[in-house]
Structures are given as C-alpha cells and as structure tokens.
Design a protein around this ligand. Structure first.
Ligand SMILES: C[S@@+](CC[C@H](N)C(=O)[O-])C[C@H]1O[C@@H](n2cnc3c(N)ncnc32)[C@H](O)[C@@H]1O
Length: 208
C-alpha cells in the first residue's frame, strides 16, 4: 500500500532545529499517522539521538552508520546538530523512502539512506555506529513494525553475531552508541566510555 502525506512547502533546516528543541511528540508529527504510533517503541527520543550523535561525531566529516535506521529520526537529528555525515541502512522500503523524502525536504545534505539488509553492508569507511536494538523484533513479533518482513527468533542471534563480527574487524578509535541493546553484541575490544539515560544509552570506543 502507498501512503501519501502532505509536506509543508516551506520546510527548511531552521524548522528542523525548532522541532529538535521541542518535544518528541511534536517531532513525531512530521511522520504519517501509522508511523507516528510506532514512535514510542521504535524511534529514538530526540535527547538520546542528540547525545549519541555528539559522541559519535568526533570531527567534521566523520561518517556514521545507523544500523536499522527506520524512518531516519536518529540520522535527521544527528545531521542537524553535528557536521558529521549520517548514513542509515534500513531493510523496509517504506521506512527508507520516508526517511529519504523527509531529509531532502528539510534540506539536510549530510544524510544518505540505503534500502538493504545490514548483512549486505560493508562497515569499513564508517567511524561511528548507532544501534537501537534493531534485531529484537525477531524475538517479539507482536510488537513489530509491520508484517512485511519474515521474522524469526534465530535471526536475532545471527544478525547480532554478524554485526558483532563486523565491529570487531574495525580499527581502534571507532565509536559505537547502543540504545536498549544487549551487550553481548558489543565486541570486548570496545570500552564503555559513558553509561547514560538510566543505563539504556551506552557509548563505546574501540581500544584495540
Ligand atoms: C528500533 S528501530 C530504530 C530506528 C532508528 N535507528 C531510530 O533510532 O529512530 C530498528 C529498525 O531496524 C530495522 N531493521 C531490523 N533488522 C534489520 C536488518 N537486518 N537490516 C536492516 N534494517 C533492519 C527495522 O526495520 C527498524 O526500522
């Protein structure tokens, strides 16, 4: 099914900055209704996205990958508050298209989105990674985003092992932010630098 929704004609970066200073409810109103209702469970709160993005964006030009980018909320907030470049990879085409369209309509030129399964992505070339428990839907399909993707409990483990292996192969200095994510996915070469938001946001740096 294709959903049409209206984008205000005058949207620009100033408006996005205004939204970021407001509440999550106000921000989430940029999304169509059926996406908005998923926000509490599936899209990162603004305060968390800002904190994680500022940690990951070590310097201008840093490339950051959101592993399972949904409708692009983390990438959009990060791209508005830092000079880093945010790439989101998302397996659901509808969510990918929404993130692309909204980022373009707010004039963000430091975001890109890829409509792929994370398995297909090369992690080299990125210096920062964000992971908001993307694979958990395989363990809890009743609270899933939609029924368009085949979910399977075994995928939770296999995607986690896959991402963990890719993170392990990266050079030291790479940063990672995990939100509501099991720690076994984080390779032991990553040191915990900050533990925030009641322990739900963990900020890591690869030290060896
Ligand atoms: C919890 S949401 C987080 C969205 C976004 N990072 C944010 O914080 O607003 C996780 C997203 O990961 C996506 N996802 C799950 N497994 C994936 C996979 N194997 N490859 C790509 N995307 C995946 C889901 O479709 C979902 O949109």
């Amino acid at each position: 099914m294709v959903f049409f929704y209206r984008l205000a004609p005058s949207m620009n970066l100033d408006e996005l900055h205004g939204l970021i200073q407001g509440t999550d409810e106000e921000f989430n109103a940029i999304y169509p209704k059926h996406i908005r209702r998923l926000a509490k469970k599936h899209w990162t709160p603004i305060a968390v996205a800002k904190t994680a993005a500022l940690f990951l964006a070590k310097k201008r030009g840093t490339k950051i990958l959101d592993i399972g980018s949904g409708v692009g909320k983390f990438c959009m907030v990060g791209a508005a508050v830092t000079p880093a470049h945010f790439t989101g990879v998302e397996q659901r085409t509808e969510l990918f298209e929404i993130s692309q369209r909204l980022s373009a309509s707010y004039g963000l030129d430091n975001t890109s989105y890829i409509n792929e399964n994370i398995i297909a992505l090369n992690f080299h070339g990125f210096q920062g990674f964000y992971l908001f428990n993307s694979f958990y839907e395989n363990l809890d399909p009743r609270n899933g985003i939609d029924k368009k993707i085949a979910l399977n409990a075994k995928l939770y483990e296999s995607y986690g092992i896959h991402v963990s292996g890719k993170l392990k192969s990266l050079p030291s200095g790479v940063r990672l932010a995990t939100y509501h994510t099991d720690e076994w996915i984080v390779p032991k070469e990553f040191e915990l630098v900050y533990n925030l938001f009641d322990g739900n946001l963990k900020l890591w740096e690869k030290i060896s």
